[in-house]
Design a protein around this ligand. Structure first.
Ligand SMILES: [Ca+2]
Ligand SMILES: [Ca+2]
Ligand SMILES: [Ca+2]
Length: 259
């Protein structure tokens, strides 16, 4: 009889736990996600990268669950990992701090979000792209910067680097991007050159209007690479919404990303 009581008691207890876990089993649903910058400049000190998420869940998100539970995982080329994590005080925000030791290109791998019953939402980067998220962020530091010498032959040339960016801003990719546009002195493969253009696209908004466009940014860079300066550089090639507009500022900006 004694054992029977234990049996009934444990049955009720486990049943109760089971019921509470089964309260709901739906994973959270992602409505939107964005990141506050794609270039993180840590040359003047550490910087916080913030992802903003709009997520729906019946029972509530466990925002403070931390690494490998509620986070965005990023990876650098040396297989180092970074984790953007959250707090319950600031729901919808996942943050990671980068400093000089982190300079380099970080790929966004995936998003994981757990609700308070441990139901998990898991989305890889290719699906996150459909929400407009980039596939990587670039951390610029003392020993790492991006430049416009895409084929890495140590000079900026119009008919290679200049043409590459113009084609890229026109939406060309793959062979259409790189054909006959890589210096014979370059030791890179077309795929490596394309990857350099993609990364540098994050610094290629030359007129600084938050948009990468062929007939402004692409043209400005091509003209610069052809040696044009002053009015001949900027005439009719700066967007009306631009915040970097003078020839002087535009020259200085391109110069700062030149080998
Ligand atoms: Ca849920
Ligand atoms: Ca070059
Ligand atoms: Ca622009």
């Amino acid at each position: 009889m004694k054992y029977l009581n234990y049996w009934i008691l444990s049955f009720i207890f486990c049943g109760f736990i089971g019921t509470s876990y089964a309260a709901e089993s739906d994973p959270p649903v992602l409505n939107s996600i964005s990141v506050d910058k794609t270039v993180v400049d840590v040359t003047q000190g550490s910087q916080v990268l913030t992802f903003s998420l709009d997520i729906t869940d019946q029972s509530g998100i466990s925002w403070a669950a931390g690494r490998n539970d509620t986070n965005i995982v990023l990876e650098n080329p040396n297989s180092g990992y970074a984790y953007a994590i959250g707090t319950n005080e600031e729901p919808g925000k996942l943050k990671v701090t980068f400093d000089n030791a982190d300079a380099g290109v970080w790929s966004i791998l995936w998003l994981e979000v757990k609700d308070i019953y441990n139901n998990e939402l898991f989305i890889r980067v290719n699906a996150l792209q459909e929400f407009g998220l980039p596939t990587y962020v670039v951390v610029i530091g003392e020993n790492f910067d991006l430049d416009f010498d895409f084929d890495k032959n140590s000079t900026l040339d119009a008919l290679t680097d200049g043409l590459l960016l113009l084609r890229y801003t026109f939406g060309l990719r793959g062979e259409n991007l790189t054909n006959s546009a890589i210096s014979s002195e370059s030791t890179l493969t077309p795929e490596e050159v394309e990857a350099n253009v993609e990364q540098a696209a994050s610094i290629a908004d030359i007129d600084n209007n938050s948009s990468l466009d062929a007939l402004t940014d692409g043209l400005l860079f091509l003209r610069y690479a052809f040696g044009l300066r002053g009015d001949s550089l900027v005439n009719n090639a700066v967007a009306s919404s631009a915040t970097r507009t003078s020839a002087e500022d535009i020259e200085a900006y391109i110069e700062s990303h030149t080998p």
